[in-house]
Design a protein around this ligand. Sequence first.
Ligand code: 5AD
Ligand code: SF4
Length: 458
Amino acid sequence: MLENSNISSNIIKPKVISQFTYYIETYGCQMNVSDSELVSNELEKIGYTSSDKIELADLILLNTCSIRDKAEETVHNRLNSLHYLKKNNPKLLIGVIGCMAQNLKNELLDSKPYIDIILGPDSYRKISEIVYNRNNKINHIVDTKLSKYEVYDNMYPSRNSGVNAWVPIMRGCDKFCTFCIVPFTRGRERSRTIESIVKEINLAIEEGFVEITLLGQNVNSYKTPDGDFPVLLEKVANIRGVKRIRYTSPHPKDINVDVLKVMSKYDNICKNIHLPLQSGSTKILKMMNRTYTKENFLNLVKVIKEYLPDCSLSTDIIVGFPGENDFDFQETLDVVNKVEFNFSYMFKYSSRPGTKAAQYTNQINENIKQERLEELIELQNNIRLKVNKSKIGKIEKVLIEKNSKKSDQFWSGRTDGNILTIIKKNNEKVKDIVDVLITDAKGLSLFGENINNKGQIS
Ligand code: 5AD
Ligand code: SF4
């Protein structure tokens, strides 16, 4: 759905201003985290500096998510609670960016006239001039025009420090799963050039990042004249200094053996795939327009394990989709039992106005959704613990990320399969990949000891 822009026509070119600060609060997916980094950099170009304290900022941006009604409700509440800050600081600007801006601009303007800026996900290139204009009292500034081309090439993000850099490789989605608002809020699929992705990764490595996560609503729909996703993945694996590569999310329909072959060829590509199942019932998958059956999914898992025997799998599951009966739900539990995902994001179906599934008449009662969700979570928790316990006594490669939350005597890192692992500090340091003997598994985490003599192997 391409929407019209109603951006004010009398744009004034932004000048550098030095005394202003900004604060961005990010909701939703990693793509939003990455977009917030892009927006930060644009603001810094015109002299804004980042503030740690929302109460002291001159510009507050909420980068929003529309995927479920809860996500939207949280932002509405947050906006209501931020409104009062304008009383203390009349110059404060409040902006809503991201999917809700795209989806609900009229509702937001009507219900919250104190919002100064509304920008959809394809309009961030304009943020500096829009902020400048708003500071100069040009009325509410709204731009929610979706683009067929915008991939933010040549816009570099201001990344938060750490070990992992998020690198978007494509934007938008053409799949139109019937439950999902993303194709409407983020528009059509488009891919960045391999050249610009490689350039950005080289810069990230120079900045000190060692893990790269390639991002897209549908990474394996990535397509350019210079190559598709497996070609890109191989190029990235060959970049010097890239210790680890992850990607998220692929669509099960588009995972092919070329991707798996590249994954098996390179040690620095993590053997971990986030493979959204959504439902285990072929009937429901059809109503969701997922374009695969339960058997297709299970077969894909088999093929993945043939190429990558130790590959860990995580997933997304929705319970209570319209028309889901007990049998359909049992089908989902059956797939969860068979695949043994090591992690799962589990959701109750949330009806999104404008999507096809919102018009289905056989919506499921909230109590049933809740019961199914609880049953699924319990099963998945048990499976996760079983999978984690099966690692005890084994050696896992762990990338050290930061101090453990509970004690600075311990490191927190991740295995190749993306499991959080706590190890006692020795002479290793952040960004090292070390061999860890797993000694215990509790809750979400593994516990272990570094068995490398000198504490580091890379
Ligand atoms: N209701 C519940 N979950 C949803 N998701 C997407 N749309 C909805 C919805 N309307 C979930 C899917 C997707 C993940 C990002 O969010 O599982 O993979
Ligand atoms: Fe939404 Fe489906 Fe596209 Fe994923 S593939 S973003 S669930 S429409």
